[in-house]
Design a protein around this ligand. Structure first.
Ligand code: GRF
Length: 211
C-alpha cells in the first residue's frame, strides 16, 4: 500500500478529492497524514472527519525557512510516507525539505505549465487572453512550478470569464486530475530514475485530458 502525506494550508477541496479517491478499495494507496502550517485549515477538519491523522506545524516561531523545513520533514517522516502531495500548501519548500523526499513530492498548479507559474495563475491566463487553461500535476523541484510534468487537464477560457469563474472550472478539473495521478503513482505506473520521470500507463490513459 503506497502511503501519501498531504500538505494543505486552506479549504482542502483537493485533499477531499484525494481522500475520496484513496478510500476506494481498488486503489493501492492511502493518506497516512494530513499536515498543515495553519491550525485552522479546513483541510485538517476534513481529515479528522475521515479518521486520518493530522499534524500541525506553525511556521511562526521559526526564524529561518530552512529550520521550519527540517522540522516539517522530521514530523512527516514519523508517518513513513512514500510520497508527499502538496494540495494548496502555501509555503515555498526549500531543498532542506525536498532533499528529504527526493523526487517524491507532487504539486497541483492551476494552469497549463509552463504557462502562468506562480501566484494568481487564473488571473494571468485571463489577462494574457489565453483561449484555454487548466491544471498541471508536476514533481516539485527547486524552482517555482518548474518540475517535470506528470499530467494536465485542459479547460476552455470562455469570453466574459472572471477570475473566479475560470478558477471554479479549473478546480473541477483539479479534482479529477490529482486523484488520477495519485492512483498512477500508487499503482507504480509513474517512476523516477536518473533519466527523469517515466510512465508505464495502461492502454487508453492519457497525460493530457480534456474536460
Ligand atoms: C488549488 O487551486 C491548487 O491548484 C493550488 O491551491 C489551490 C488549493 O485549493 N495549488 P484547495 O485547498 O485544494 O481547495
Amino acid at each position: 500500500m503506497t502511503r501519501f502525506a498531504v500538505l494543505a494550508s486552506g479549504r482542502g477541496s483537493n485533499l477531499e478529492a484525494l481522500l475520496d479517491a484513496t478510500a476506494a478499495p481498488d486503489v493501492p494507496g492511502r493518506v497516512c497524514v494530513v499536515a498543515s502550517n495553519r491550525r485552522r485549515a479546513r483541510a485538517l477538519e476534513l481529515a479528522t472527519e475521515r479518521g486520518v491523522p493530522t499534524a500541525v506545524l506553525s511556521h511562526k516561531g521559526f526564524a529561518k525557512r530552512k529550520a521550519y523545513d527540517r522540522a516539517l520533514a522530521d514530523l512527516l517522516a514519523v508517518y513513513q510516507p512514500d510520497w508527499i502531495l502538496l494540495a494548496g500548501f502555501m509555503r515555498v519548500l526549500t531543498p532542506t525539505f525536498l532533499d528529504a523526499f527526493e523526487g517524491r513530492v507532487l504539486n497541483i498548479h492551476p494552469s497549463l505549465l509552463p504557462a502562468f507559474p506562480g501566484l494568481h495563475a487564473q488571473r494571468q491566463a485571463i489577462e494574457a487572453g489565453a483561449s484555454e487553461s487548466g491544471c498541471t500535476v508536476h514533481l516539485v523541484d527547486r524552482g517555482t512550478d518548474t518540475g517535470p510534468i506528470v499530467a494536465q487537464a485542459v479547460v476552455p477560457v470562455l469570453s466574459g470569464d472572471t477570475e473566479d469563474r475560470l478558477a471554479g472550472r479549473i478546480l473541477a478539473a483539479e479534482h479529477r486530475l490529482y486523484p488520477m495521478v495519485t492512483r498512477w503513482v500508487a499503482e507504480g505506473w509513474v517512476t523516477l530514475d536518473s533519466g527523469g520521470v517515466s510512465f508505464d500507463l495502461p492502454e487508453g490513459a492519457s497525460r493530457r485530458i480534456p474536460m
